[in-house]
Design a protein around this ligand. Structure first.
Ligand SMILES: [Cu+2]
Length: 132
């Protein structure tokens, strides 16, 4: 039979373990929960010979397609043109069909919503080589 004091000790011990678990989960959350970009096509800083047919951004977790977007600009100061994400893309990808692009330097400005509710944004630059 457990004494009153013994029971209280057990309970405090359980609370202590719970507090440590919560602290560990809290510390691990940011890295584990956001959607992080793991692959881009075209790749960052790529030099291409021809206009790429698609933009593909692959993440390490699911994204909300309806609340994810990207723009494409010709050069750093170019007018940003909205890219329409493919609604039926895989859950971990943002996919957009690209119009035929002239040679030049392009900047993709993207913003996705992770399923954990956090926004993640980034830029991607690539270049299409001109003739000659
Ligand atoms: Cu997050």
């Amino acid at each position: 039979m457990t004494s009153r004091l013994g029971r209280r000790r057990i309970r405090n011990g359980a609370f202590g373990a719970l507090a440590i678990t919560v602290a560990l989960l809290g510390a691990a959350e940011p890295a584990a929960a956001h959607a992080l970009l793991v692959e881009a096509i075209p790749a960052e800083a790529a030099t291409l010979e021809a206009s790429p047919p698609q933009l593909v951004l692959r993440f390490n977790s699911r994204i909300e397609h309806k609340l994810s977007r990207a723009t494409l600009s010709l050069g750093e100061d170019g007018e940003p043109r909205a890219l329409t994400g493919t609604a039926d893309a895989a859950p971990d990808r943002f996919v957009a069909t690209l119009p035929p692009l002239a040679p030049g330097s392009y900047v993709v400005d993207w913003q996705v919503l992770s399923v954990d509710g956090h926004r993640v944004a980034g830029k991607l630059r690539f270049r299409i080589r001109g003739p000659g």
